[in-house]
Design a protein around this ligand. Structure first.
Ligand code: KIV
Ligand code: ZN
Length: 530
């Protein structure tokens, strides 16, 4: 990758900034599954975590570096504050990767300098310069971010950027940390950097932005027109507060409107050469994987990956689309892999057919995971005649979810109806192997099941979100239940798929309780503040 990129570099931060949103916490195995899928998607850089934040973060970055950071794979990056210990830890974590990057940052806005860092501008310049040079002693690939650049004095920003590039930064990332800027302002900021930082040609300009005003993607596209060549984004736009710029929106915006963007890359407007390296047919699958594992649901009207993004409800639209898709569709659902939902297997399908279809779908499971997934598949196939690719994905995502199996649902039995008091009996296997049964009455069958589970587990919590979605159409469809619960100030999510939505509800709840239970029993991680 040279410093004058003639295409867009996609830097995915789902596993770092994305994972920072409440309840999206992933364990190491889940992060690895996502990292592998990001690699199949074709992202150029994976920001795998913030290695210094905790031993768990370090282990995840290191494992991803070892497994996904192959010579032909993506660059693996760790975030680090502009502090020696952070940088040294990041360097150790990315070491196993064929291509590793350290991403170091310090704030540059007066608000952050005065209230958070309590440092002067010259002090910040000197820390930034020294820490970039220190990071360069570990790797040739160093990215620097002036945090809160969107609210920083541009003249001070030019000074900091000039210094860090001279010290060896190969990418300078401009974050709109609080999602404050508008597209025109952000584009001008990038143009100003191009025009006023004398050594800017020695670094790639990157952008990072949050969606507090819903403008992150628009800001980025304006930045691209003004010279930004790396975009930092997350799948489904997950991230701090209102989230980050959504990868799928940026990639499809650049793809569908490439005739508009081509000239900004010095290409003829009608050039068909892609502007990113992303395999767009992997987008939908990646979106579902991230949503399932993080418990962050995708709103139905979400651009590109929402359930309604390709649906035409109004009669006028349907009529037009039937006559010619171009009337109301600007992109084909196939482009994002949405229509590759073939009916592939049934209850007579054997292990080999199951294994080879999973392989075609990009799942490489260990023998153990494959066995578990096959048992689940047979169980579902007994109830549901035809198993589609999406069903397979739901089954496998459920089985590979590596939530510690502390409590396990052994039995769920409900009685409910129009003139009945909804009653549930639940048996859970406890962490020490006992089977405990309890029963409860609720306002409905799910409420009764949850009350019965609470009587067994006995960890006070508030259920803050409960949602059921069907994987495919049809009365025998798999139901996916996603829940979020709050314990003190922390949010935990749970997810499960089953043809019986009451059973799925019980499993999703126990899944979230297992995360909660594991978290409260874990040693407290290092406190890290920026
Ligand atoms: O939003 C932000 O400023 C960040 C930086 C660490 C790049 O996430
Ligand atoms: Zn951020």
């Amino acid at each position: 990758m040279n410093n004058q990129a003639d295409r867009i570099i996609i830097f995915d931060t789902t596993l770092r900034d994305g994972e920072q949103c409440p309840g999206a916490t992933l364990n190491i195995e889940e992060k690895l599954v996502i990292a592998k899928q990001l690699s199949r998607l074709g992202v150029d850089v994976i920001e795998a975590g913030f290695a210094f934040a905790s031993p768990g973060d370090f282990a995840a970055v290191s494992k991803i570096a070892e497994t996904v950071g192959l010579p032909e794979g993506p660059i693996i990056c760790s975030l680090a504050r502009a502090k020696q210990d952070d940088i040294k830890t990041a360097a150790a974590a990315i070491k196993p990767a064929a291509k590793g990057r350290i991403h170091t940052f310090i704030a540059t806005s007066d608000i952050h300098l005065q209230y958070k860092l309590k440092k002067t501008r010259p002090e910040v310049v000197s820390i930034a310069r020294d820490m970039v040079a220190y990071a360069r002693s570990f790797t040739n690939d160093v990215e620097f971010s002036p945090e809160d650049a969107g609210r920083s004095d541009p003249e001070f920003l030019y000074e900091v950027l000039t210094e860090v590039i001279a010290a060896g930064a190969t990418t300078v990332n401009i974050p709109d940390t609080v999602g404050y800027t508008t597209p025109g302002e952000f584009g001008n900021l990038i143009r100003g950097i191009k025009e006023n930082v004398p050594n800017i040609n020695q670094a790639i300009i990157s952008v990072h932005g949050h969606n507090d005003l819903g403008l992150a993607v628009a800001n980025f596209l304006e930045a691209v027109k003004n010279g930004a060549r790396q975009l930092e984004c997350t799948i489904n736009g997950i991230g701090e507060r209102a989230g980050n710029a959504a990868l799928e929106e940026l990639v499809m915006g650049l793809h569908v409107r490439r005739q508009y963007f081509n000239p900004f890359f010095g290409r003829p407007a009608d050039s068909e050469a892609p502007l990113t390296n992303i395999d767009t047919r992997q987008i939908y699958k990646t979106s579902r994987l991230v949503s399932n594992l993080t418990g962050m649901l995708v709103q139905p009207n979400k651009a590109i990956v929402g359930a309604n993004a390709f649906a035409h409800e109004s009669g006028i639209h349907q009529d037009g689309v039937l006559k010619n898709k171009l009337t109301y569709e600007i992109m084909d659902a196939q482009l994002i892999g949405l229509t590759d939902n073939q009916i592939v297997l049934g209850k007579h399908s054997g292990r080999n057919a199951f294994r080879s279809r999973l392989k075609e779908l990009g799942f490489e499971l260990s023998e153990n995971d494959l066995n578990r997934a096959f048992i689940r598949f047979k169980d579902v196939a007994d109830k549901k005649k035809e198993i589609s690719d999406w069903d397979l994905e739901a089954i496998v995502n459920d089985e590979i979810k590596q939530v510690p199996d502390l409590f396990k649902v052994e039995l769920v039995q409900v009685s409910c109806g129009s003139n009945a008091k909804p009653t549930a009996t639940v048996t859970l296997r406890t962490p020490d192997g006992q089977e405990l049964t309890d029963a409860a009455i609720g306002t409905g069958p799910v409420d009764a099941v949850y009350k019965a589970i609470n009587r067994v587990v006995n960890v006070p919590n508030d259920l803050i979100e409960f949602s059921v979605q069907s994987v495919t159409a049809g009365i025998d469809a798999l139901g996916e239940v996603t829940i979020r619960l709050r314990y003190e100030s922390r949010v935990f999510s749970g997810h499960a798929a089953n043809t019986d939505i009451i059973v799925a509800s019980a499993q999703a709840y126990v899944n979230a309780l297992n995360r909660l239970y594991a978290a409260i029993n874990q040693k407290t991680t290092q406190e890290v503040t920026a």
